[in-house]
Ligand binder design. Structure first.
Ligand code: AMP
Length: 217
């Protein structure tokens, strides 16, 4: 099963994709995570992407399409993937259609996570992750049980994304509305769009996502 999670930055795509992938035996493919990995590793792509990402703009379509097209060919993706943060432009969406057709795969569902703008900003500015295992936290909504210690792996090192600041978030939201929100119409017209209330608590959103996947025609 191949699924796209659509939604603005901070809508909860990453959190939900991770859990959903684990439950359904799928692989989470986050272009944001892959690009951050490239930046950290100092690859050519990473070097070019860093400034763009720090500004909150989009990395060129051909770069992310290339990354996804290669990754989706790996054997671990044979059972299906959850795309998180891709596609983000109409060009990427039609490239994805082409890539899937070429590889004799199909898109089974596109689910939009709906969250109010005020909540998005509140969620993004305040989030941090464990530097070791990647568990996500938030200054107000999900603090580690023991201050400064990761609940999952007990590491005491945490990181914050350089683009998770109020100024860049505003830019990322603008880019989302201009470039990515037209995809809602694109997939609606194709007949495979579903919407889920992303304002609810994490387990409730997950339950709605599972119900949406199970209710597929
Ligand atoms: P994310 O982790 O999904 O919020 O992505 C972080 C940043 O990576 C974005 O603000 C973009 O600069 C870049 N990025 C991630 N996915 C894409 C994509 N599909 N197309 C273009 N840029 C992307």
């Amino acid at each position: 099963m191949n699924v796209i999670l659509l939604g603005a930055p901070g809508a909860g795509k990453g959190t939900q994709a991770k859990e959903l992938a684990a439950r359904r035996g799928l692989v989470q493919l986050s272009t944001g995570d892959m690009l951050r990995g490239a930046v950290k590793a100092g690859t050519e792509i990473g070097k070019k992407a860093k400034a763009i990402m720090d500004r909150g703009d989009l990395v060129p379509d051909e770069v992310v399409v290339g990354i996804i097209s290669e990754r989706i060919d790996q054997p671990d993706c044979a059972n299906g993937v959850i795309l998180d943060g891709f596609p983000r432009t109409l060009e990427q969406a039609s490239a994805l259609d082409r890539v899937l057709t070429e590889k004799r795969k199909k898109l089974d569902a596109v689910i939009e996570l709906k969250v109010d703008d005020s909540k998005l900003i509140e969620r993004i500015v305040g989030r941090f992750t464990c530097a070791k295992c990647g568990e996500g936290y938030h200054d107000r909504f999900k603090r580690p049980q023991v201050r400064g210690v990761c609940d999952v792996c007990e590491s005491t090192e945490f990181t914050r994304r350089p683009d998770d600041n109020a100024e860049t978030v505003t830019r990322r939201l603008m880019v989302y509305y201009r470039e990515t929100s037209p995809l809602i119409g694109y997939y609606y017209c194709k007949g495979n769009l579903k919407s889920v209330d992303g304002m609810a608590e994490i387990p409730d959103v997950l339950a709605s996502l599972e119900a949406a996947l199970d209710a597929r025609k």
